[in-house]
Design a protein around this ligand. Structure first.
Ligand code: GLA
Length: 638
């Protein structure tokens, strides 16, 4: 009734329109749903000490487009972080009029008093309201537009749904002839079990041959899987892979570096978290392994199949560990060793998760005071990757300063090195105490640089991670969290949620992860990979840039609100560049060869379309739609 009445009122000419009476479905935000006259968590709106009866409760990152008729007079609002988060959270409010920034607040912190904003709207046809995170991440960024109104002498403002784009598949279909997609370098520790599935696209059956295979490793010639024991003698072994099918033959070499360094290129795989959360089961894990092979992800280079939190016993269970202190699993995981064996039979690698604290983030049993037996158990089960998530360790940490953060990772890093298996350590502690400065020295192969990636807003995570160029190197990678694309949040028979980034945005997401040499982990439903998502994940040239042997993260050439330019030097002297428009409007971006550090003549290749573009001009101007990007590989002309 009330809404009908308000809608009728809205069609009248002129008036003062509370924002909360407009159609809020067009709002996109990084967490939760927009609330009418309430905070995003559903409490009465309060900023600092001031309470408000009306307004809109939202969350960074928020974007809302409104159409006006040029007759609006002003937009006014109190803005700030809702008091429900205490002193946490920090946001920036922005108002754009006709595509131009009309107002930007300073960073407003949790606990601060509200700020009053007043933006004249004369002649404005398009109004855009934005809330950005305050430069950290979006956790606790509960943003209120309190008593927000648009005063107009004309028509009621109209809420505009975000622009819809056609999902164009840029990645060409794999050719029937074989294409080997292995990295050109691979690290393994001497004398440990060896398992490697040779990634190769093309029509099966493919018959594989390997030249230079060291003793102790055998090849399954039909599947292209190498199994056995890594040589005990340290050094570099040159392997030549040859793949033949009815349509042709491919060759590609790989240096097997036997030594102490693993993850010489960023690890690639799948993680259960954003796909299944606490509904994950053994059956989902096996299906993910099957799908990694049948969908073609394994042929592109994906290798790890990792269960995240929630495989073990949990708070309140009668028994958490057996009489020897060994961790017990819950009923959804009847046999962890059998599960790892199943994954290994595909030639893939298996990963799992725990916390150095007594409990994991989801309240399951952590490794605290059982670290040694847990590391040993994981190795005995056959796991190849451990995500070690700080969480409740916060409550038991004793030291101060950096040693406080280092301690549990030093301990687990050392324990993993003692196992007779190659086990990667993924440090998950959200970037605390600049983990990128010391994560490698405590045994981490990858470290999360931020809090959890909001499923539909990777931009703030990328904006931060991209600045950490100097800390990434072979064996040690900045981890900006997963590629949450396609369908996610499935489990328990649920249907899941479709990622809502537009297609251009999804290309930008993967482009950035490739250029940032980020661990390349998909976290979505492996059994429901549509062709568009598969195209995003399996483009061999995109993966080649990510997996490049030089192991450099792209340097930031430019980082502005409407233009990011990244450049990643590659082992063969090529340079991969990404030109990205992270903004909400079309952006005209000009760059020069000189600022990319290029001398002489260069040609460019469109990485996504896998197509040469011809010579690179001294100066290039691109008009990029909102959130879109280009990804080129530049090569010096002879
Ligand atoms: C934390 C991590 C996530 C996920 C969950 C599991 O939030 O950052 O990646 O592992 O815990 O509970």
């Amino acid at each position: 009734m009330l809404s009908t009445w308000l809608a009728c009122l809205g069609t009248l000419q002129g008036g003062v329109h509370p924002l909360s009476t407009l159609d809020l479905r067009a709002i996109t935000q990084g967490w939760g749903q927009p609330q009418v006259n309430k905070s995003v968590d559903g409490r009465p709106i309060k900023i600092g000490t001031k309470s408000f009866a009306t307004g809109l409760g939202s969350h960074a990152s928020m974007v809302w487009r409104l159409k006006l008729d040029g007759k609006a007079v002003r937009f006014t609002s109190w803005v700030g972080v809702d008091a429900e988060v205490g002193t946490r959270g920090s946001v920036v409010f922005q108002v754009f009029c006709n595509g131009k920034l009309a107002l930007e607040t300073r960073t407003l912190e949790g606990g601060e008093e509200p700020l009053f904003i007043d933006v004249p709207l004369k002649g404005v046809k398009e109004l855009l309201l934005v809330v950005k995170d305050g430069g950290d991440d979006i956790n606790y960024d509960h943003a209120d537009w309190a008593e927000a109104t648009i005063e107009t002498t004309g028509a009621t403002p109209v809420s505009v749904m975000p622009p819809v784009e056609k999902a164009e598949i840029l990645t060409p279909k794999p050719k029937p002839s074989p294409r080997l997609n292995n990295p050109t370098i691979y690290g393994a520790r001497p004398g440990n079990p060896f398992l490697f599935r040779i990634p190769c696209q093309g029509l099966r059956p493919i018959s594989f041959k390997v030249e230079g295979l060291p003793e102790g490793i055998t090849l399954d010639a039909n599947e292209g899987i190498l199994r056995g024991t890594t040589p005990t003698k340290r050094g570099t072994y040159s392997l030549n892979f040859i793949a033949t099918n009815a349509k042709g033959k491919a060759r590609k070499s790989m240096k097997l570096v036997v030594g102490d360094t693993l993850a010489l290129t960023p690890p690639m795989g799948w993680n259960s978290w954003n796909a299944h959360y606490d509904k994950v089961t053994d059956a989902y894990m096996r299906k993910a392994a099957d799908a990694m092979v049948s969908s073609g992800l394994a042929d592109a280079g994906f290798a790890y199949v990792n269960v995240d939190d929630c495989w073990m016993t949990k708070k309140g269970d009668a028994r958490l560990r057996d009489e020897n202190g060994r961790i017990l699993t819950n009923s959804r995981f009847p046999d962890m060793k059998a599960m790892a064996d199943y994954i290994h039979r595909h030639g893939l690698k298996a990963g799992l998760y725990t916390s150095p604290g007594p409990w994991t983030c989801a309240g399951y049993t952590g490794a605290w005071q059982h670290e040694a037996i847990d590391a040993q158990t994981f190795a005995e089960w056959g796991f190849d990757f451990l995500k070690y998530d700080w969480c409740s360790y916060e409550g038991v940490a004793t030291l101060e300063g950096r040693p406080r953060f280092e301690k549990p990772y030093i301990q687990m890093g050392d324990l993993l090195k003692k196992q007779k298996r190659d086990i990667l350590l993924n440090m998950c502690q959200y970037g605390m105490d600049k983990v990128w400065e010391w994560g490698g020295s405590v045994g981490g192969h990858t470290w999360r640089t931020t809090g959890d990636i909001p499923p539909n807003n990777f931009w703030p995570v990328a904006a931060h991670n991209m600045t950490l160029t100097e800390f990434a190197k072979p064996g040690q990678w900045n981890d900006p969290d997963y590629l949450v694309l396609g369908w996610y949040a499935v489990g328990d028979g649920g249907t899941g949620v479709r990622a809502t980034h537009g297609p251009s945005e999804q290309y930008s997401y993967v482009t950035l992860w490739s250029l940032m040499a980020a661990p390349f982990f998909y976290s979505g439903d492996m059994t429901r990979l549509d062709d568009f998502t598969k195209g995003l994940l399996t483009n061999p040239e995109v993966i080649e840039v990510n997996q490049d042997e030089l192991g450099k993260q792209a340097r930031v050439v430019r980082q502005l609100s409407d233009a990011w330019i990244l450049a990643k030097p590659l082992a063969n002297g090529d340079v991969a560049i990404g030109v990205v428009n992270p903004g909400e409007f079309d952006s005209k971006i000009t760059f020069t060869k000189a600022e990319l550090g290029l001398k002489g003549d260069w040609t460019s290749r469109d990485v996504w379309r896998m197509k040469d573009r011809g010579p690179l001009a001294d100066k290039t101007t691109l008009t990029l739609r909102r959130k879109s990007s280009v990804f080129w590989r530049l090569r010096k002309s002879n």
